[in-house]
Design a binder for this molecule. Structure first.
Ligand code: HEC
Ligand code: HEC
Length: 500
């Protein structure tokens, strides 16, 4: 009897010692890998210094109201929030965005014609030096807070169209904020400025709002659309008063201009920083902030799997888990059917079922199928992955990377969980895989345990708990200054809403 107890306690002592030893070496290993990768866990605290001033909460609040107000869509049927949905980290549940002519629901039950890509999360975009799935809006300086080399936008905007309207404190998002309302399929629609633009515009209008868009929208002028949005704002006494609070020239009777719109939107986006995850706290010395599984997963990520070869953290990556460069990883090419009510963007390629990614901007065939490395923070908030949401489970998106060739060749859209209307067409994958990034050419062999830890790290180790449903829903105003009907946000209760 006594002997058994002795034996048991000896065994316990050994187990305890092992556990302690194992824990220590986990912490030591992870800390060393983070040092090597250049991860500090302090990125969030750099915001104010890099902006050169605190965020202007009044202006941000105006930006928030604009975000939710369909007044800025020329047919009053969409605004940023229709696609950039609060509860999903200001990203989307839809694999491919639904813009104009939608069902006024934001979430899984949204219906209407599809555009071309998935709406990415906007939280933490303050730290992105290159925006969009192909990085087409970017800061050539590599720093979104640095306008010394201008901010680069593809034609028809170009680099010079965006003077640093807040010269002392420029930010890439201020320039980007001037773009979305001009996108025909996202917000403007096809008939909004009939006559104000060129005749080309009307050519695609069948009078029923189901117009087929042009193959190349760069022929359009964006300014007439901006002017029409401004007319709406300038005719709204509520908005004139609100803009007047931040811009003295408006209070003095001047007109609201589009740089003011862009600044208000950007200021709101600058408040959407959620970059204090368990990994950040661990890197700052709080070793208890992560679970053992998260730690083991992080060690796989930065160690054996070398995910940070692209999902980088140091320097211009701003600890966002992206090198902000474009790569071919070869996501399966799902595409909606084209036509009224189904899809309103003509896709690339001979079958019009492909997405050429970065080539659309550079015109260089060497850039075909390249997409920006997706930043990886707060992935738990989004239910769709890759530029077209071809996977609806994080496990699948991770597994894809381990053997891209095999996963892409065996892809079945319905099995990946995508919506039924996106299961009818699949662009060719062979030409994509021919260009596969060398870093993904060799399959990575992970044990079941390592894989589970890796996914756990990505799902919870990089999640900032402040990005909870309650906090995010509380940014939705009860009503908007224009008085227009609110979008219905699935998953958010009226009681959670902002009083204003
Ligand atoms: C129709 C849906 C839709 C609407 C409406 C919309 N967006 Fe987007 N947004 C997208 C999609 C899709 C992308 C990615 C497009 C691409 O890469 O080609 C995107 C990208 C972005 C990005 C870049 C994020 C990143 O990861 O680089 C920002 C910032 C952004 N939108 C802000 C806005 C703002 C501000 C508004 C309102 C003024 C708005 N969007 C309206 C769908 C939408
Ligand atoms: C060759 C560069 C590269 C490497 C290496 C790489 N990724 Fe990626 N990853 C990408 C690119 C590019 C995308 C976006 C692709 C797209 O949307 O078409 C992406 C997307 C993702 C996504 C989806 C995120 C989202 O929001 O859609 C996850 C998750 C991910 N990567 C995890 C990993 C993990 C885990 C590893 C290591 C096993 C890894 N990646 C290695 C380039 C890479």
């Amino acid at each position: 009897m006594n002997r058994t107890i002795l034996r048991l306690s000896a065994l316990t002592a050994v187990l305890l010692a092992r556990a302690a030893w194992g824990g220590d070496s986990l912490d030591g290993d992870l800390a060393a890998l983070l040092r090597r990768a250049g991860f500090t866990g302090r990125i969030e605290s750099t915001l104010t210094a890099r902006l050169g001033r605190p965020v202007d909460t009044g202006l941000a609040d105006l930006g928030r109201l604009l975000w939710f107000d369909k007044l800025t869509g020329l047919h009053s049927d969409n605004t940023c929030a229709g696609c950039h949905v609060p509860i999903n980290g200001f990203g989307d549940t839809q694999s491919i965005a639904i813009g104009i002519q939608n069902s006024n629901v934001a979430g899984p039950h949204r219906a209407g014609p599809r555009n071309q890509r998935r709406t990415p999360m906007v939280i933490n975009a303050a730290f992105y030096p290159a925006l969009m799935w192909n990085g087409r809006f970017n800061a050539p300086s590599g720093d979104p807070f640095d306008n010394s080399k201008g901010f680069l936008f593809p034609p028809p905007e170009g680099v010079t169209r965006f003077p640093p309207f807040d010269p002392a404190h420029p930010h890439l998002l201020m320039a980007q904020g001037e773009m979305p309302p001009t996108e025909l399929t996202e917000a403007a629609g096809y008939t909004g400025t009939r006559g104000a633009i060129d005749p080309l515009f009307d050519q695609f209008d069948d009078g029923k709002g189901s117009a087929v868009p042009p193959p190349d929208s760069s022929g359009y002028r964006n300014d007439p659309i901006r002017q029409a949005v401004l007319d709406r704002l300038n005719h709204s006494p509520a908005y004139r008063r609100l803009f007047g609070l931040s811009f003295p020239q408006v209070a003095a009777g001047g007109t609201i201009d589009f740089t003011m719109f862009g600044r208000a939107i950007a200021e709101f986006e600058l408040t959407l920083v959620f970059a204090d995850a368990p990994l950040d706290r661990f890197a700052r010395g709080q070793t208890g902030a992560m679970t053992e599984s998260q730690k083991r997963g992080a060690i796989v990520f930065f160690g054996r799997a070398r995910c940070d070869g692209c999902h980088a953290v140091a320097g211009n990556a701003n600890e966002m888990f992206s090198d902000f460069q474009n790569h071919v990883i070869g996501a399966p090419q799902i595409a909606p059917l084209f036509g009224a009510g189904k899809g309103n963007v003509i896709f690339d390629g001979p079958g019009q079922d492909e997405d050429y990614g970065a080539e659309q901007i550079s015109g260089d065939p060497a850039d075909r199928y390249k997409f920006r490395t997706a930043p990886l923070r707060n992935l738990a908030l989004q239910p769709a992955f890759f530029h077209n949401g071809s996977y609806m489970r994080l496990d699948d998106a991770v597994r894809y990377h381990l053997d891209a060739r095999k996963a892409a060749s065996g892809y079945i859209a319905a099995a990946a969980g995508v919506a039924a209307d996106l299961t009818h067409r699949l662009g060719p994958i062979e030409p994509v895989l021919e260009r596969l990034d060398p870093l993904l050419a060799q399959p990575v062999d992970l044990s079941r345990e390592d894989f589970a830890d890796l996914v756990e790290f990505l799902r919870t180790g990089l999640l900032d708990e402040r990005a909870s449903a309650g906090n995010l829903c509380s940014m939705i105003p009860r009503s908007v200054p224009s008085g227009m009907p609110m979008i219905s946000f699935e998953g958010c209760h009226a009681a959670d809403r902002h009083p204003r």
